[in-house]
Design a protein around this ligand. Structure first.
Ligand SMILES: *[C@@H]1O[C@H](CO)[C@@H](O)[C@H](O)[C@H]1NC(C)=O
Ligand SMILES: *[C@@H]1O[C@H](CO)[C@@H](O)[C@H](O)[C@H]1NC(C)=O
Ligand SMILES: *[C@@H]1O[C@H](CO)[C@@H](O)[C@H](O)[C@H]1NC(C)=O
Ligand SMILES: *[C@@H]1O[C@H](CO)[C@@H](O)[C@H](O)[C@H]1NC(C)=O
Length: 301
């Protein structure tokens, strides 16, 4: 009977709520899922979670992850945390099967404050279609060199082989640049920093990226989408230190200052203070427990 009593007491002790605060520290209140995509630092679906450079950026609608910047909304196809990149899809973007005209595409243009944090990768080709001769793209043409070129082996020359161009019929371009501008012009994001179809006076665009070192044969094998590199740069140290102490990275209500969330408290550095005070509390609690158990044993024997 005495053994049963002891067992009963130890069960009570081990289930006491004091220990649950330890698990609080290690659980991540910010990580979430949208469909089959994991949303984790520096992104988040909640206000106050993640890095402030990515606040109000991602939304989950009916299990579809959406990315919103000033040029429009895109579907997120993938987030690659190892290579720090996102793959986006714009429904009004041309592919090898369809060419969408009428300037309906989003292009890609981010708010100034967000631009240090998001940049299409250097091997992402933007293929601008049907741009007017007055487009800023062709200013200086034909005297100066055309900005259009091939990016990681992807160029308009190859893109013209897509069935979508046959469907356009009369739009199929002659492959030699005559007096007018080319029907398609491929550029990397770096050359103009904003793909704004209105500003560039283009009717449409496509975007493709290469997943090097894969050897791709033709434009029907290109990966269509916008590959965006994300980078939190120097601020990464703050988060790494926070996570190392069991915290979760977030930011304050000013939408700017980074915070380390430590269970029920927020810290401007790490959760170190909490870990040490908790272990002190835990040590004293273990002592009390053994004294109590010891006296119980004495009483029962
Ligand atoms: C900690 O910060 C998060 C994100 O800003 C906020 O939602 C939460 O209320 C804060 N918690 C405390 C205890 O201040
Ligand atoms: C695109 O350019 C047009 C014309 O210059 C401008 O009115 C519009 O605000 C720009 N769009 C974005 C998202 O910057
Ligand atoms: C998510 O699921 C879709 C099919 O439902 C699949 O095509 C896609 O590759 C998946 N994405 C990830 C990141 O697993
Ligand atoms: C694209 O560039 C590569 C080298 O960067 C070159 O070998 C290839 O011939 C170019 N293709 C076209 C169609 O210009």
């Amino acid at each position: 009977m005495s053994t049963t009593t002891l067992l009963f007491f130890s069960l009570i002790f081990s289930s006491l709520p004091l220990f649950s605060s330890t698990t609080n520290i290690h659980s991540n209140p910010c990580r979430s899922f949208c469909g089959n995509i994991t949303v984790d630092y520096p992104f988040s679906l909640q206000n106050g979670c993640g890095h402030p450079g990515y606040r109000d950026l991602l939304y989950c609608m009916n299990d579809v992850l959406m990315f919103h910047i000033r040029s429009g909304s895109y579907r997120v196809l993938d987030i690659d945390y190892a290579y720090e990149s996102l793959t986006l899809h714009d429904p009004h973007m041309s592919t090898c099967d369809t060419i969408v005209l009428g300037g309906r595409g989003n292009g890609f243009d981010v708010e100034e404050w967000r631009s240090p944090y998001l940049n299409p990768t250097s091997d992402n080709a933007f293929l601008l279609i049907g741009c007017s001769a007055q487009s800023p793209l062709f200013q200086g043409f034909p005297n100066k060199h055309l900005v259009c070129r091939n990016i990681s082996g992807m160029s308009c020359e190859e893109y013209y082989d897509c069935p979508a161009w046959d469907l356009l019929g009369h739009r199929r371009p002659d492959r030699v640049y005559g007096s007018g501008p080319p029907e398609c012009c491929a550029i990397p994001f770096g050359s103009i920093k904003a793909i704004n179809l209105t500003k560039l006076q283009c009717e449409g665009y496509s975007s493709a990226y290469s997943l090097a070192p894969l050897r791709i044969n033709g434009p029907d094998e290109w990966a269509y989408g916008i590959r965006v590199k994300y980078s939190v740069q120097a601020n990464e140290d703050f988060c790494r230190a926070c996570q190392a102490t069991g915290g979760t990275c977030g930011y304050g209500t000013d939408g700017d200052r980074q915070l380390c969330m430590c269970g029920t408290t927020n810290s401007t550095s790490t959760c170190d203070f909490l870990m040490s005070s908790l272990s002190t509390r835990r040590t004293s609690w273990t002592i009390i427990k053994s004294i109590f158990a010891g006296s119980l044993m004495l009483m029962l024997s």
